[in-house]
Design a protein around this ligand. Structure first.
Ligand code: SAM
Ligand code: SF4
Length: 334
C-alpha cells in the first residue's frame, strides 16, 4: 500500500524526523540533566530497522528525512544508515536527506555525508564565546565544533546555524552571531526555548527570551523583510536588507503553526510522535519486529496518522508552564 499519508485535518505527511540515538557527547543545560540515564542498547532500533521503517515512510510519500538525536553522529555505524538512505535520493523518491547535529563530529564525517547525498546540515550553536559554550553545553568545546563547521563547508555542505535564544545568556551576542553567519554565508535560525523534560535545577522561565523581543533588537540595526517561505514547520523567515541574510524564527510558544504541520517524529526506540507538543504516540517497534512482512508496520503507521492532533498545548502565560512535556528533546529529537 503506497497511498500517501493524510491526517484527519487533510495535512499530507511528507516529512519524517528520525532520532537515531538518545545519547550525546554534550549535556546542554536546556536539553539534558548532567546525569542522564540512557536507554539500554537493546531498546534501540537497529540500523537495519531504522532503514526499514524510514523506507516504509518514504514509500508512503515522505519526501524529506531529517536525522537527529541525541547526537546522531555518535551512533555507532550511523554512516551505514546514511549510505543506505541515499538510494531513495537516487531513485527520486526522496527530495532531501539531512541532519541536525551539535557539530562535534563533523570533521570526521563531512565527506561521508556528502557522499551519501546530504547537501545541507543544521548545526546547533548558542554562543561564540568559548567559556560560555563550555557552560551551556557542559561537556562541549567550541574549537572542536568550529573545526567541524570548517570541514563541513570545505566538503561543500550548506550550513544553517540553530541558536536557542536564552535570556541573560546570548542576548548580548545577537549581532556577533548574525555577523559571523553573514561572513561565512550561513543561514541562522533562532529557537525559543521549550519546556521539555526534567533538566535538573535550571530555571526554564528565566531562560525564556521571546523571539518577538529578539526581532525588536534586530530591527534596531537592520531592515527586516518578511519572507513568504514556509517549510510546513514552525519556522518563519525574514531577510535582513542590509546584508541579504535570511534569519529564521522558531516560535512554537508564541505562535501557532500547527495548521500547516507536515511532519511526524520517530524516537530511537521506534515510538512515533504525531505532535511534538502532545504525549500521544504509537509504537512502531512492536509491529516492525512482529513480522518480516511490512504489513503490520504499514497498518500501525496509518493508524497513528489518523490520530495526529490538530495542534499542541504549550503555553508559557502567567509564568506557569502549561502543557509541559515530561520527555526530553533528545528523546523526540527536537
Ligand atoms: N544533538 C543535536 C543538536 O544539538 O543539534 C540534535 C538533537 S538536539 C535535541 C536538536 C535541537 O533541539 C538543537 O538545536 C537544540 O538546541 C534544540 N533543543 C534542545 N532542547 C531544547 C529546548 N528545551 N528548547 C528548545 N530547543 C531545544
Ligand atoms: Fe546533545 Fe543536542 Fe541535547 Fe545539546 S541539544 S545535549 S547537543 S542532544
Amino acid at each position: 500500500m503506497n497511498t500517501p499519508l493524510i491526517d484527519p485535518f487533510q495535512r499530507a505527511i511528507t516529512y519524517l524526523r528520525v532520532s537515531v540515538t538518545d545519547r550525546c557527547d554534550f549535556r546542554c543545560v536546556y536539553c539534558m540533566s548532567e546525569n542522564m540515564t540512557f536507554l539500554p542498547k537493546k531498546e534501540l532500533l537497529t540500523l537495519e530497522e531504522l532503514d526499514r521503517v524510514s523506507s516504509t515512510f518514504v514509500r508512503m510519500g515522505v519526501r524529506k528525512l531529517r536525522i537527529t538525536g541525541g547526537e546522531p553522529l555518535v551512533r555507532k555505524g550511523i554512516m551505514t544508515y546514511f549510505q543506505s538512505m541515499s538510494r531513495h535520493l537516487e531513485s527520486g523518491a526522496l527530495d532531501e536527506l539531512t541532519l541536525t547535529t551539535n557539530g562535534s563530529q563533523l570533521a570526521r564525517f563531512a565527506d561521508d555525508l556528502v557522499a551519501a547525498g546530504v547537501r545541507r546540515v543544521n548545526v546547533s550553536l548558542d554562543t561564540l564565546d568559548e567559556a560560555k559554550f563550555a557552560e551551556i553545553t557542559r561537556w562541549g568545546r567550541l574549537p572542536q565544533v568550529l573545526k567541524g563547521i570548517d570541514a563541513a563547508q570545505s566538503a561543500g555542505l550548506r550550513i544553517k546555524i540553530n541558536t536557542v535564544a536564552l535570556k541573560g545568556f546570548n542576548e548580548d551576542e545577537l549581532f556577533r552571531l548574525t555577523d559571523w553567519c553573514a561572513k561565512r554565508d550561513m543561514d541562522l535560525t533562532f529557537i525559543e526555548v521549550m519546556p521539555m523534560g526534567d533538566i535538573g535545577n535550571e530555571n526554564r522561565i528565566g531562560q525564556y527570551w521571546a523571539l518577538s523581543d529578539l526581532r525588536g533588537e534586530l530591527r534596531k540595526r537592520f531592515t527586516l523583510t518578511e519572507l513568504a517561505e514556509r517549510t510546513g514547520g514552525p519556522a518563519r523567515y525574514v531577510r535582513l536588507e542590509e546584508t541579504g541574510q535570511k534569519i529564521g524564527f522558531i516560535t512554537p510558544l508564541t505562535h501557532n503553526f500547527c495548521e500547516s504541520c507536515n511532519r511526524v517524529r520517530m524516537t530511537c526506540t521506534g515510538e512515533l510522535f504525531m505532535c511534538l507538543g502532545q504525549e500521544d504516540r504509537a509504537d512502531l517497534r512492536g509491529p516492525l519486529r512482529q513480522s518480516e512482512s511490512d504489513a503490520p508496520l504499514d497498518q500501525a503507521i496509518r493508524n497513528a496518522i489518523l490520530r495526529k492532533p490538530k495542534g499542541h498545548d504549550f503555553d508559557y502565560s502567567r509564568q506557569k508552564i502549561d502543557g509541559q512535556m515530561s520527555r526530553h528533546m533528545s528523546h523526540t529529537g527536537g
